[in-house]
Each structure stands twice: as structure tokens, then as C-alpha cells.
Design a protein around this ligand. Structure first.
Ligand SMILES: Cc1cc2nc3c(=O)[nH]c(=O)nc-3n(C[C@H](O)[C@H](O)[C@H](O)COP(=O)(O)OP(=O)(O)OC[C@H]3O[C@@H](n4cnc5c(N)ncnc54)[C@H](O)[C@@H]3O)c2cc1C
Ligand SMILES: *[C@@H]1O[C@H](CO)[C@@H](O)[C@H](O)[C@H]1NC(C)=O
Ligand SMILES: *[C@@H]1O[C@H](CO)[C@@H](O)[C@H](O)[C@H]1NC(C)=O
Ligand SMILES: *[C@@H]1O[C@H](CO)[C@@H](O)[C@H](O)[C@H]1NC(C)=O
Ligand SMILES: *[C@@H]1O[C@H](CO)[C@@H](O)[C@H](O)[C@H]1NC(C)=O
Ligand SMILES: *[C@@H]1O[C@H](CO)[C@@H](O)[C@H](O)[C@H]1NC(C)=O
Length: 496
């Protein structure tokens, strides 16, 4: 199922330590390299495992390259902190020089607002990747620069697990700060629902601990990119209760679109008969497919798939294994296309839905088919994603539990248009993406366009990202005014 035909570009793992600080006054990017800044001074304030990279080095190019090459942030320099305290020093240094700064980890953030950063310091958190499990085994202190697979592996080794994003190479905090969807959400809720406290460096450089006693705690869980750099987080973890999984991947031809989603609705979504731990995903690329992953079993119970088999699929591929196989089965493991950086633009146009509208599905299927097949198809390698994560754990929290606004929605739907960027195709993708999303919106009967902030294209409004209820907007605006009045954390879906 590796439908992404992408070139592998490995990330260099060897970091030069801060030894030579022979930084050219002008970077090859043409930007002034904060000419008044003395990086030797910064280096002296950092721990001895910190590193500084500047343009022209191979490592620099590797660690500023992003999954989506569309509207990307530009940095003059990258600093890799070795400790949580290093982040304080870097933020203070940036503030002293009025330099913009941006935390990076998995490089999968792709919202177009990131392109507003045209110079400054990227703070690459990769070394803050420790996992410390508490004595009682119920919580873990997790570094702000860990990625999903590394966390899963570290917990697995101790017989534990927690909710992480599904894609192995994506950061853990990037998803979590925007809510955070993952395979285990049906049991435990969103990634951010697990958080008990954050160590966070605020806009003014203070390293503080934010827990339920702070007004900011609510905002960190859903709009967290707006408020600080999380150097570590303490999260709930669980015994490895659900290690086994099975999947049934069922392939359909396009003429079955309406029936397939009609059955999906009845079986999984509107009837509410899907058990905890049943995640249903489908991808479109030439042919639509339906996936049903089910935990705790070696085959997916036919109750959940037989109605699809009856529709006459092209083929189906049942598999069994454990939790760690899910990423490979769904094409988002470290080896798959979504974990490579190719130079392609990868915009998504997401919308949350309550259920499928089979007629709207058919309509967008035709739009997508035209754009991805045939002689004039400009987006041939694109992917349309329909993510039906198990919802029980998410809905177990009250709607106002956190800044994540969309607990009442059921499906995360998004076309991902993949192409080599250029002015004309950028425009075409923008137009097509909006057209598709509009059809889904109108077919949904919903009155608000609910958009997952972590998939957003970037031209949506704060009401789309964070919920249109005025109490949400007011509460977020007040937090922003209190904690980040100068908008230093406003490159990723800014609240205002
Ligand atoms: C292939 C793919 C699969 C995905 N799978 C999932 C999924 O399963 N579940 C899900 O919920 N989302 C998923 N997403 C969306 C994901 O949540 C966002 O893309 C997220 O921004 C990625 O974070 P990152 O660390 O990889 O990216 P980065 O670009 O490095 O960071 C993204 C943003 O988060 C900020 N940030 C990162 N770390 C910190 C930190 N420690 N403190 C403060 N700010 C920080 C950065 O400053 C930046 O603004 C997926 C995206 C892609 C492209
Ligand atoms: C930069 O700072 C270092 C360490 O404080 C100092 O030795 C050096 O003279 C400074 N360089 C300039 C150009 O000011
Ligand atoms: C994180 O996981 C990747 C892929 O498995 C591995 O190469 C890397 O060494 C891991 N990092 C750490 C710190 O364990
Ligand atoms: C779902 O509910 C509808 C209406 O009550 C019913 O007709 C249908 O048979 C149900 N489907 C399943 C798979 O239970
Ligand atoms: C990113 O896209 C631009 C065009 O917008 C192109 O010039 C550049 O080479 C691309 N980057 C990579 C790494 O391919
Ligand atoms: C930084 O901001 C926080 C939150 O507004 C505040 O509590 C703290 O006192 C500030 N620290 C400094 C050093 O100004």
C-alpha cells in the first residue's frame, strides 16, 4: 500500500558540536545573518551537547528541509539545544536581537502560515528526546523533541503504551499541541488528553511548569503551538493492554463509492456500532480502498467487514500482527513516502465530518479522479484520506475540556495534493482543494467548517482551527494577550 512514489532523502544523523563558529556575515540565502549577533556568546551559554548550524553546511540544509515544500519558513541559523535550559538561552538570545524563532522537530508541519517566517532562528529539538517512566508506571516525562516511533519503541520496551500520532516520523508534540489523533484514542482520548503537565519556555524566555492549576493548561491542549516551546511533557501511559492488531484492506473500483460510504455510515458511524479500537481508514488513489484495523484480535471480525465484502471489491488483504505494524499497513511507516522529504508541495484541505454523504463522496471522487488520472492530470500521485478513528475515548471528555474544539465530529477527511511546486500548479491545487472541500462542506449539512489545525492549508480562520464558539475565541485571545502579546509564537495557525 505504498502509494507514494517518493525519493528517499535520509536525514543526516551526525551533528557537529559547537566547535568552530566561523559564521559568514552573509548567508548564501542572501539574508543578513543577524549581523549584530555574536554567536560565540550564545555558544558559551549553551550546554556542551548543543550545536549551531548555518547555511552552506549539509546538515543545515537537511534540518531546514520540510515534508511539504510549500510556503516554508526560512531561517538564518539553526540551533540544536542539548538541555531544556538551552532553550531558555536561545529564546533570550533571539529576543535580545529581535530575531524571530521557531521550534522544529518532525518537519511535518505544513500550514502555509509558516511561510510568514522569512528569517531568524530555528530551534531543532531533536536532542530533547528522553523518556522517563515514573516509579508507579502510570506516567512518563517525555522530551519535547521526540518523534512518534521513538516514543512507542521506548514505552513498548517497558511493556507500556500511550496515544501518539499514527505516522512514525512525525513529532509527538506537534500533533499533541493541536489535539492529536492516534490509534489508541478510542480507549484513552486524544494525545493531549493524556497530558498532566508541560515544561514550557514562554515568549519572554521563562521556563515554567504548566499543569491543571494554570489557566494556560487548557490552551496548550489544542492551541499549544501559540504559546511556547514545550521542552518536556508529563503524560499518562498505560500497560500494554492492546498489543495485537488485525487489518482487512479492501480494494474497490470507483463505481462503488456511494455504496461503500453508505455502508461505512451504517456500520461504523451513524449507527454507533463500531467497537472501541476499530479504526476505519480509506485512501483514494486511482481506486478507493477501505481499511479496517482492529485491535486485540488476529482477524478483523467479519461483522465489521462482511457488508463491504458483499459489495464486490476488487480484492481484499487481511493481515495480522501487533500495534507496531499499523504504520506499515497504512503506508505511514519510516520507510514509506510520507516520511521522505522530496521537495514536493503537499497541501491538504481538511474538513471534519459527522458522517459520509454518499452523493458528495461520489462528486469529489469524480473531481479527484480527473485531477489524478488521464493525460492532463497534474496531481497524479495525490492521495485522498478518510480517517475514521475510534471515537469513544475522545467523546468521554466534555466538549470544553480543552482548546481542541471538535470532539463531536467523527471523521477527518482531506485531499492531499502532491506535486512539484510552481506558481501555476500552486494556484491550480489551491482552487481544486477548495472546490473539493466546499462540496464536502455543503454535503455535510454542517453550519461551520471544522478544520483540524494540524492538517490545515493555512488560509482558514482561527474560528475554523479552534472552533467558532465565541467563548473559545475569547478565551484563546485572552491567553494569547497574556502569554504571547507580541505574537512570537504566531507562525503556526495564529490565534490572532
Ligand atoms: C504524513 C503525516 C502524518 C500525520 N499523522 C498524524 C497523526 O497520526 N495524528 C495527528 O494528530 N496528526 C498527524 N499529522 C499532522 C501533524 O500533527 C502535524 O503535521 C504536526 O505539525 C507535525 O509536527 P512535527 O513535529 O512533525 O512538525 P514540525 O514542522 O517540526 O512542527 C510543527 C509545529 O509544531 C511546533 N512544535 C513542534 N514541537 C514543538 C514543541 N516541543 N513545543 C512547541 N512547539 C512545537 C513547531 O514550532 C511547528 O510550529 C500528520 C502529518 C503528516 C504530514
Ligand atoms: C563575541 O563574544 C566572544 C565571547 O564573549 C568574545 O570573545 C568576542 O570578542 C566577541 N566578538 C565580537 C566580534 O564582539
Ligand atoms: C529514533 O528512531 C529512529 C528510527 O527508528 C532511529 O534511527 C533513531 O536512532 C531513534 N532515535 C533515538 C534517540 O532513539
Ligand atoms: C443502521 O441503522 C439503519 C437505520 O436504523 C438500519 O436500517 C441499518 O440496517 C443499520 N445498519 C447496520 C449495519 O446495523
Ligand atoms: C522547493 O520548491 C522550490 C520552488 O518553489 C524549488 O526551487 C526548490 O528547489 C524546492 N526545494 C527542494 C528541496 O526541492
Ligand atoms: C514571563 O511571562 C510569564 C507569563 O506572563 C510571567 O508569569 C513571568 O513572570 C514572566 N517572566 C519574566 C522574567 O518576565
Amino acid at each position: 500500500m505504498s502509494q507514494f512514489k517518493w525519493v528517499i532523502a535520509a536525514l543526516s544523523a551526525s551533528f557537529a558540536a559547537v566547535a568552530s563558529l566561523d559564521i559568514p556575515a552573509l548567508s548564501p540565502r542572501g539574508a543578513e545573518l543577524l549581523p549584530q549577533a555574536n554567536y560565540t556568546e550564545l555558544a558559551e551559554q549553551l550546554s556542551n551537547t548543543a550545536s549551531i548550524y548555518w547555511p552552506g553546511s549539509e546538515t543545515f540544509e537537511d534540518i531546514v528541509a520540510r515534508w511539504s515544500n510549500l510556503s516554508v519558513p526560512v531561517a538564518n541559523i539553526v540551533v540544536v539545544p542539548g538541555t531544556e535550559e538551552d532553550v531558555v538561552q536561545i529564546v533570550n538570545f533571539a529576543n535580545e536581537h529581535s530575531a524571530p524563532f521557531l521550534a522544529t522537530n518532525g518537519f511535518h508541519g505544513s500550514i502555509a502560515t509558516l511561510g510568514e517566517m522569512s528569517d531568524g532562528i530555528e530551534i531543532y529539538l531533536s536532542q530533547l528526546n528522553t523518556v522517563e517512566i515514573s516509579q508507579d508506571g502510570k506516567t512518563a516525562k517525555i522530551g519535547g523533541g521526540i518523534r512518534a516511533r521513538n516514543l512507542t519503541d521506548a514505552l513498548w520496551a517497558a511493556g507500556k503504551q500511550t496515544v501518539t500520532g499514527a505516522c512514525e516520523c512525525v513529532g509527538y508534540l506537534g500533533p499533541g499541541l493541536g489535539g492529536g489523533h492516534g490509534w489508541l484514542q478510542g480507549h484513552h482520548g486524544l494525545i493531549s488528553d493524556q497530558y498532566l503537565s508541560f515544561n514550557v519556555v514562554l515568549a519572554n524566555g521563562s521556563l515554567v511548569t504548566i499543569d491543571e492549576t494554570s489557566d494556560l493548561f487548557w490552551g496548550m491542549k489544542g492551541a499549544g503551538h501559540n504559546f511556547g516551546i514545550v521542552t518536556s511533557v508529563t503524560s499518562k501511559i498505560y500497560d500494554l493492554e492492546y498489543p495485537n492488531y488485525a487489518i482487512d484492506t479492501i480494494f474497490f473500483s470507483g463505481d462503488k463509492v456511494e455504496e461503500v460510504y453508505q455502508v461505512s455510515n451504517e456500520l461504523w458511524i451513524t449507527n454507533g456500532t463500531a467497537p472501541v479500537g476499530l479504526n476505519s481508514w480509506s485512501y483514494w488513489y486511482f481506486d478507493p480502498t477501505i481499511d479496517a484495523e482492529k485491535e486485540g484480535v488476529d482477524i478483523v471480525d467479519p461483522i465489521h467487514t462482511e457488508p463491504f465484502h458483499q459489495l464486490g471489491p476488487i480484492k481484499n488483504e487481511p493481515k495480522s500482527g501487533d500495534y507496531r505494524d499499523l504504520a506499515t499497513w497504512t503506508g505511514i511507516s519510516l520507510a514509506d513516502g510520507p516520511c521522505q522529504k522530496t521537495g514536493n508541495a503537499n497541501p491538504r484541505f481538511p474538513i471534519y465530518l459527522k458522517s459520509y454523504n454518499p452523493q458528495a463522496q461520489k462528486q469529489v471522487y469524480e473531481l479527484f479522479r480527473e485531477a489524478t488520472t488521464g493525460p492532463n492530470a497534474h496531481f497524479a500521485n495525490s492521495l485522498f484520506m478518510f480517517e475514521g478513528y475510534s471515537q469513544q475515548g475522545v467523546k468521554a471528555f466534555p466538549d470544553d475540556a480543552s482548546a481542541f474544539a471538535y470532539r463531536s465530529d467523527n471523521l477527518l477527511v482531506a485531499p492531499l495534493l502532491i506535486y512539484s511546486p510552481g506558481e501555476e500548479l500552486n494556484q491550480e491545487a489551491y482552487k481544486l482543494g477548495h472546490q473539493i472541500r466546499q462540496v464536502l462542506f455543503e454535503g455535510s449539512g454542517m453550519t461551520t467548517m471544522d478544520t483540524y489545525v494540524n492538517y490545515a492549508y493555512g488560509d482558514e480562520t482561527p474560528a475554523n482551527w479552534y472552533g467558532s464558539d465565541s467563548w473559545r475565541q475569547e478565551r484563546l485571545a485572552a491567553l494569547k494577550e497574556k502569554y504571547d502579546p507580541d505574537g512570537k509564537f504566531s507562525f503556526y495557525a495564529p490565534i490572532a
